[in-house]
Design a protein around this ligand. Structure first.
Ligand SMILES: Nc1ncnc2c1ncn2[C@@H]1O[C@H](COP(=O)(O)OP(=O)(O)O)[C@@H](O)[C@H]1O
Ligand SMILES: [Mg+2]
Length: 242
């Protein structure tokens, strides 16, 4: 599904060049749940943004479902992104004055296409993450974990093949983190491909494969034989942590 070969990225800012990726080869098959781990500043977010078509590499080849994406225009990239990919960020990236429902409707607004069943789809996506009772709440009226679930519903509303998440549990307590990973594990079990960045080794153990990136290079790439089930961990939490 995803094939990277020799991907490099250098940021040019003023007179300073920052090489962020030094040549990444990576093959992600449909249905994988991949964690990207590594020290701060090692290029994880840069890699995720390139994978998610939010940024372009400086050099190298990226084939997504057989299409060489470097040859596509910005408009074509935006369409591909909207059709096939969903995103979740550490700080949720919700519009603070909009309700959960309106936040989940945003992808339709951006695409300039509002299907007749858009609201139904948004409601279904919110129900999928357990937020039927919060349709008309604004981000300030919800917990961090609930905000992240809204963000997941927004990523789901276009029925994407791949979900990318950059430190989705980075701002959350243990219980909310487990709830978020549990939802991602369910989506994975339904056949979706998931790629997330995390610095939390416990989260890495809940994915099926861990790629370690250090200073812009792949240091290791290992399968996780028996991923921990977040739902079970959640049940095992002591009452005080619930
Ligand atoms: N927009 C940018 N402009 C300039 N340098 C950047 C930009 N984004 C990231 N960098 C630099 O690229 C390197 C990799 O950053 P990043 O991909 O954010 O790492 P990570 O997510 O692993 O912490 C760092 O040195 C960072 O300072
Ligand atoms: Mg980062």
């Amino acid at each position: 599904m995803i094939k990277l070969k020799g991907i490099t990225k250098t940021y040019y800012r003023g007179k300073v060049d920052t090489p962020a990726l030094l040549g990444i080869d990576l093959h992600v098959r449909a249905g994988e749940f991949l964690a990207i781990m590594g020290p701060s500043g090692s290029g994880k977010s840069t890699l995720l943004h390139i994978l998610g078509l939010l940024d372009r590499p400086s050099d190298g080849s990226y084939r997504l479902d057989g299409t060489e994406v470097s040859s596509l225009s910005d408009d074509e990239l935006a369409r591909l992104r909207n059709d096939k990919l969903g995103f979740v960020f550490q700080s949720f990236h919700l519009l603070p004055k909009s309700t959960a429902l309106d936040n989940v409707l945003l992808p339709f607004t951006y695409a300039g296409q509002f299907p007749a069943d858009a609201r139904e789809r948004a409601k279904r996506a919110l129900a999928r993450v357990g937020l039927e009772p919060r349709l008309h709440h604004r981000p300030g009226e919800m917990s961090g974990g609930e905000c992240q679930r809204v963000a997941i519903a927004r990523a789901l509303v276009n029925d994407p093949e791949v979900i990318f998440a950059d430190e989705p549990t980075g701002n959350l307590d243990q219980r909310s983190s487990l709830e978020i990973i549990s939802i991602l594990q369910e989506l994975h079990a339904e056949g979706r491909t998931i790629v997330l960045v995390t610095h939390d080794a416990a989260v890495g153990c809940m994915c099926n494969r861990v790629l370690r990136v250090v200073y812009g290079k792949v240091q290791s790439d290992e399968l996780v034989p028996a991923p921990t089930q977040a739902a079970q961990q959640l049940q095992a939490l002591p009452e005080t942590a619930k």
